[in-house]
Design a protein around this ligand. Structure first.
Ligand code: NAD
Ligand code: UFG
Length: 338
């Protein structure tokens, strides 16, 4: 298939390019490089033997999207482009609404004007809000809620896509709800390169390990979980990338708008992830226990059975592999792509 990948130079997008090339697809990346480096795509080329075509432009710029879709026929779009930092979305809600919502509306409108109806959308487990324990593991039918402007953009775009596909049966949309993507390609050439001090657990851990940060603070050890630390569903980014390739294979057969969890289906605690990381590096990770982080859920993990049933996909890599690969990327690239 000939695929348009918005945000394809980013963390998940660059790994997905490798998996999509391996499956024989052709790729054009549309990315404004607001949170990524073209170096990531050069490195995709080193790994895959092929560099994706890069169009530097904004999904919200109608002239760019229109001329791209006028000039080339695509079979499907994988739509990663967007801002993704929860904390930043609280301080800059307008930027999040404009970039994620307005940008996506332009993309969707140009897609339908060009008769391009196969879409794989990066949604997030954030649409489940702060899950109640009785709803775990989370099925796609669990109640939805947005806790911050970032979450609102994902939930609102899901609603837009549900309404559009209810009104027009031509659409085939897969809403992929990612749980906690971590890790890096096993080559160590590409990985997560967050700007500034990371908010998420794994990049914080790797930056402590490489000496860029002093120590990890575990946000609370008094949660109602077996070891008192929060539980999440971490998913290796290469498994996630392969999930997109599985979605590409099925999108044309799945009419309407279908939410699908992409997670491992099992929960890992913060303390367990730290222990896996220490095993991967063979040395202790400086850490201390701090207070709970406002807004955190005690536990959040997927029921991953729909992905297996509809896409024939499930995760293959465990938390040891996630830690080993995240560490290889960070130690080979202590300053990321810089
Ligand atoms: P990322 O920031 O690494 O990648 C996003 C890419 O989109 C970047 O290359 C950025 O330059 C580009 N971009 C942003 N706005 C754009 C615009 N208006 N036009 C063109 N390009 C634009 O993020 P990621 O971790 O790879 O996440 C990809 C998608 O997955 C995002 O939509 C994110 O919300 C979603 N998601 C991520 C996670 C996670 O933990 N990483 C979890 C759930 C969902
Ligand atoms: N944590 C720490 N110390 C840190 C950072 C995180 O103890 O320095 C803990 C958090 O309290 C949480 C766990 O590690 O218990 C994971 O935290 P992350 O910030 O890595 O991930 P979250 O599950 O909080 O949120 C992430 C994304 C959201 C997305 C959600 C589900 O940031 O955008 O996964 O996909 F919605």
């Amino acid at each position: 298939m000939n695929i348009l990948v918005t945000g394809g130079a980013g963390y998940i997008g660059s790994h997905t390019c490798i998996a999509a090339f391996a499956a024989g697809h052709e790729i054009t990346v549309l990315d404004n490089l607001s949170n990524s480096s073209p170096e990531a795509l050069r490195r995709v080329g080193k790994i895959a033997g092929k560099v994706p075509r890069l169009v530097v432009g904004d999904i919200g710029d109608r002239s760019v999207v229109k001329s791209l879709l006028d000039s080339e026929k695509f079979d499907a779009v994988i739509h990663f482009a967007g801002y993704k930092a929860v904390g930043e979305s609280v301080s800059k809600p307008w930027e999040y609404y404009v970039n994620n919502i307005s940008g996506t509306l332009v993309l969707l409108d140009e897609m339908r004007r060009h008769g391009l109806y196969n879409l794989i959308f990066s949604s997030s487990a954030t649409v489940y809000g702060n899950p109640l324990p009785e709803n775990l593991p989370l099925k796609e039918s669990a109640p939805l809620a947005a806790l911050n402007p970032y979450g609102q953009t994902k939930l609102w775009l899901e609603d837009v896509m549900r309404a559009m596909s209810a009104a027009d049966p031509a659409w085939h949309i897969l809403l992929l709800r990612y749980f906690n993507p971590v890790g890096a390609h096993e080559s160590g050439l590409i990985g997560e390169d967050p700007a500034g001090i990371p908010n998420n657990l794994m990049p914080y851990i790797t930056q402590v390990a490489v000496g860029r940060l002093k120590e990890l603070t575990i946000f609370g050890d008094d949660w109602p979980t077996p070891d008192g630390t929060c539980i999440r569903d971490y998913i290796h980014v290469c498994d996630l990338a392969e999930g997109h390739v599985a979605a590409l294979a099925k999108v044309a057969e799945l009419p309407g708008c279908t939410p699908i969890n992409l997670g491992s289906g099992s929960g890992v605690s913060v303390a367990q992830l730290v222990a896996s990381f220490e095993k991967a590096t063979g040395r202790p990770l400086p850490h201390k226990i701090g207070p709970r982080r406002a807004g955190d859920a005690a536990a959040c993990y997927a029921d991953a059975s729909r992905a297996l049933e509809l896409l024939g996909w499930k995760t293959k890599r465990d938390s040891d592999a996630m830690c080993r690969d995240a560490w290889r990327w960070q130690s080979m690239n202590p300053k990321g792509y810089k």
